[in-house]
Design a protein around this ligand. Sequence first.
Ligand code: 13P
Length: 346
Amino acid sequence: MATVTETQSLEEIAKALVAPGKGILAADESDGTIKKRFDSIGVESTEENRRSYRELLFTTEGAEEFISGVILFDETIRQSSADGTPFAELLASRGVIPGIKVDKGAKPLAGAEGETVTEGLDGLRERLAEYYELGARFTKWRAVISIGEGGLPSDYCIWTNAHALARFAALSQEAGLVPIVEPEVLMDGGHSIETSYRVTDRMLQALYTELFDQRVIREGSLLKTNMVVSGYDASEQADVDTVADMTIRCLENTCPAAVPGVVFLSGGMSDEDATARLNAMNQRGPHPWELSFSYGRALQAPALKAWGADTSKVEDAQKAFYRRAKFNGAARSGSYAPEWETAEVA
Ligand code: 13P
């Protein structure tokens, strides 16, 4: 079967990733991160467990109605389903666009205690060419920005990460791959929602300055960012309407209208919060860009728990994954209702 992505331009792929009612599944946990997730359910992180867990997600019947693309990890894009079909081919045959995380993780930033810069630019041009051959049509690079004591993040950290994100994005577009630029301002800490707003605003201003300077085509890219929220340890927690209003205001001030879509990360928010907040933002639409999701934990958590590496539980896990995909798909048009969480909605 011809794949949907064979002849599409960057702009068409970017638009397809944020098609109405759909969003992205982030299944690109690095070895360290998937081990943490498996530890939480008491499952050993072997290559076969990782493969069969990802197969369970990718073969969930009907999920493609709500999932436009999947971000894979290097190991995963080289793996196949039990019947020998490479995962990228399996996804494409279902109309789901395969993507790939290409950064090599956040490493300590020299001379900046407590801050990181994301590495992975060396040899990236060659790696991108290989990923294209393996079937990927979009890429992701994640920078990590912490809010901390003494005015952190520093401008040094923000601009160094913005520069690397833009170098990644330019190389991706050169290779025919849509870059998802992800500067994640962590939600950990006792900071207020106003601080989250200010830091996200600084980060996105720097990012779009660098993307502009490095000639990245905004129409052929997507932004993956955090929502503007109160820090997890803050005594006062902003409600869903405040999160929606402040996140939209921050994006209106920073993200060019030419960018087809913003896909949020879930960052440790509860499944329900991640869905309800996206829903509230879309109820306030239309916006200059599609507002969608690229959730890891908020799409996978109930499925992971239901599975527990027990083959007899695959169907339960798929049901749990389908349910979250469906709810987030509804949040794309503001038509999700929190009451669904307690109802028997399959
Ligand atoms: P979470 O939704 O679990 O934050 O993961 C999204 C992601 O891809 C982070 O890079």
